[in-house]
Design a protein around this ligand. Structure first.
Ligand SMILES: [Zn+2]
Length: 166
């Protein structure tokens, strides 16, 4: 079964990175601890938080809730920690999910996005994806390339990968 997440409000940028990687990741800007834990339990989601109180809860201690307690401020290092603790591969489902609303993106043809994307993008890009919820269109532009490079860096720096390749 695919791993899914719920990211606490104290680690919002991490939620976007997990979505970039294709993981189903819930994030709420303002959510009460009890509710966060309840949702995670009900949907079998891994909680990522910087809140030690959540990590100390009974359900976390007895293993019925998986909590990753992030010790870092930097979202990329937070991501590295999550990948390492869950032993996840960094390059499987990248760029398949909307960064804003977590929905799975749908492929769109050039013709379908013609009136929506800027002319320069239309001339230079051939592959497009669209979010069925917010209608945002994604393509492999410079922003996408930057994020891809960042993920590659994370993959290189993650100890799991190093062990496998040495
Ligand atoms: Zn969206």
């Amino acid at each position: 079964m695919e791993i899914t997440f719920i990211v606490d409000s104290n680690a919002g940028k991490l939620a976007r990175w997990l979505r970039i990687m294709g993981y189903d990741t819930l994030f709420f800007r303002d959510i009460e601890d009890g509710l966060l834990v309840e949702m995670a339990m009900k949907e079998g989601r891994v909680v990522v938080t910087r809140d030690t109180q959540i990590a100390k809860r009974r359900v976390a201690a007895n293993g019925s809730l998986r909590v990753i307690l992030s010790r870092d401020d930097d979202p990329k290092r937070q991501l590295m920690q999550v990948l390492k603790e869950l032993n996840l591969d960094c390059r499987q489902m990248q760029f398949t999910r909307c960064l804003e609303c977590n929905r799975r993106l749908l492929p769109r043809s050039k013709e379908e996005v013609k009136d929506t994307v800027p002319p320069y993008v239309f001339r230079t890009q051939t592959r497009y994806m669209q979010c069925p919820s917010c209608r945002r269109i994604y393509w492999q532009g410079t922003h996408w390339q930057r994020m891809k490079r960042a993920l590659e860096e994370i993959a290189v720096n993650s100890p799991g990968r190093a062990e496998r390749e040495d």
